[in-house]
Design a protein around this ligand. Structure first.
Ligand code: R5P
Length: 300
């Protein structure tokens, strides 16, 4: 099937890298806003297999235009429309934690499943719904892990200072799979903390076996950096326990420039993140891993 990638302007750079890795054309989705804020979306003529690239950070601002673009692509000739959302928002709220709360993951997952034939994403924040297929029922769902890409980048940066032993630190129990997936190819030791969240920016962390970090380079590994509060609380413990240096790596970085500056001010450097969400600083390209997964799944 002929294939092309379509993208929203906010993701032009990452989409361009993916189109180059897949050796397919890339077409922007044109968006105009009426005075009341309503969106008018226009898609270029489509190949039979359309990939629509839209990372779903800031999802409220994007979802309506995403649905309009999927429909426009079908009108323009696409027989199969795949959503490539390297960051998939609305995955946190997978149950009602208090009576009356909407289960956002279920609602948004069904909306996406209705609009698309397949979903490709990176490390979705799934806990109580372990399978991505259950989030978007009835369509192909492909999870591309960031760990191999992060491990390759981290391995390169560690090689420059191989004299200091490194230990990877999970800042909470939910980070364990990511910590282990990055540690395995690098042959590194791991420890995992326990976290209690008291608010959007308030967390308390306890780190058993903390004496193991003394004199070592500690690199915290998580799936998401949001406010950065988790990393800062964990770094405080690592510093107090005598870590020689403290870095971090994460699949997704939602943090603002101010929050990233706070990480640096708290002695956390380097911070390695991928380009699943555009933003300041160097972001490791996921294009190669995404292209491999898209080809393997036969979506182009
Ligand atoms: C929690 O389950 C996640 O894995 C991250 O630890 C969390 O989203 C990070 O948020 P923040 O940077 O605001 O502490």
């Amino acid at each position: 099937m002929s294939a092309a990638l379509h993208f929203f302007p906010a993701n032009a750079a990452e989409a361009g890298r993916l189109a180059a890795a897949l050796e397919v054309g890339a077409e922007p989705i044109a968006v105009r806003h009426f005075p009341d804020g309503e969106s008018l979306v226009r898609a270029a003529p489509s190949a039979a297999a359309a990939l629509l690239f839209c990372s779903l950070d800031q999802p409220n601002a994007k979802l309506v235009e995403l649905l309009l673009a999927a429909s426009a692509l079908r009108d323009r000739g696409a027989r199969q429309v795949t959503l490539v959302a390297p960051y998939l928002g609305y995955m946190r709220q997978d149950i009602a934690f208090a009576p009356g709360e909407a289960v956002s993951q279920r609602v948004i997952g069904r909306v996406l499943a209705d609009a698309f034939d397949a979903l490709v994403t990176v490390d979705p924040h799934l806990h109580r719904t372990p399978r991505l297929e259950d989030v978007v029922p009835g369509i192909a769902a492909i999870n591309v892990p960031a760990a191999p890409t992060i491990a390759a980048a981290l391995g390169g940066s560690l090689a420059a200072t191989a004299d200091v032993a490194t230990i990877l630190v999970g800042p909470d129990e939910e980070s364990r799979p990511w910590v282990e997936a990055v540690a395995r190819p690098l042959g590194l030791e791991t420890i995992v903390a326990a976290k209690q969240r008291h608010g959007d920016r308030e967390v308390a962390i306890a780190l058993p076996e903390i004496t193991r970090v003394r004199g070592r380079r500690a690199v915290m590994i998580d799936d998401v950096i949001s406010s950065g509060a988790t990393l800062i609380a964990c770094a405080d413990l690592l510093r107090a326990a005598g870590a020689a240096s403290i870095g971090a790596a994460a699949s997704h970085c939602l943090a603002s420039a101010a929050d990233l500056a706070r990480l640096a001010a708290n002695g956390i450097a380097p911070v390695l993140v991928t380009d699943t969400v555009p933003g300041s600083g160097t972001r490791i390209a996921m294009a190669g891993a995404l292209a491999d997964a898209i080809r393997r799944a036969g979506l182009v």
